[in-house]
Design a protein around this ligand. Structure first.
Ligand code: SF4
Ligand code: SF4
Length: 103
C-alpha cells in the first residue's frame, strides 16, 4: 500500500536556476519525489512528499526549501494505521544514511 500525504508537499519548492544537477536530492529522498531531466532535478510527484526536510538539508546550493517537521508525525500515524512501528522510510540513524539526515 502506498501512502499519499494529504496537503503534504505543499511547502516544497525547487529553484531550477540554482540546481547544479548533483542528484543528492534524488538519493536522499525516501519517497522518490524527484526525477531528473536535462541536468536538473524536477519535482515529479509532490503528493509523495512528507516534508521530512532531507532534500533541503542536503542540497549543496540551497535550491530546495521545505517546511520540515511533519515527517515523524506522518511516520507515527502510518505506524498506527499499519499496526507496526513508526517508519518514515528515510533510514535515519542507519549506517546507510550517515551523511543523510532526515529529522
Ligand atoms: S540536491 Fe540541489 S543541486 Fe543537487 S540535484 Fe537536487 S536540487 Fe539540484
Ligand atoms: S522533504 Fe523529504 S519526502 Fe519531501 S521531497 Fe524532500 S526528501 Fe523527499
Amino acid at each position: 500500500m502506498e501512502f499519499r500525504y494529504i496537503l503534504a508537499g505543499q511547502s516544497l519548492t525547487l529553484d531550477t536556476e540554482k540546481c547544479i544537477g548533483c542528484l543528492m536530492c534524488c538519493e536522499v529522498c525516501p519517497h522518490n519525489v524527484f526525477s531528473f531531466a536535462e541536468g536538473k532535478a524536477r519535482i515529479a510527484d509532490r503528493g509523495r512528499c512528507m516534508e521530512c526536510g532531507a532534500c533541503a538539508r542536503n542540497c549543496p546550493v540551497s535550491a530546495l526549501t521545505v517546511t520540515s517537521g511533519v515527517g515523524c508525525t506522518a511516520a507515527v500515524i502510518g505506524g498506527l494505521l499499519k499496526g507496526g512501528e513508526p517508519n518514515c522510510d528515510c533510514d535515519c540513524g542507519t549506517a546507510k544514511s550517515k551523511k543523510v539526515r532526515c529529522c
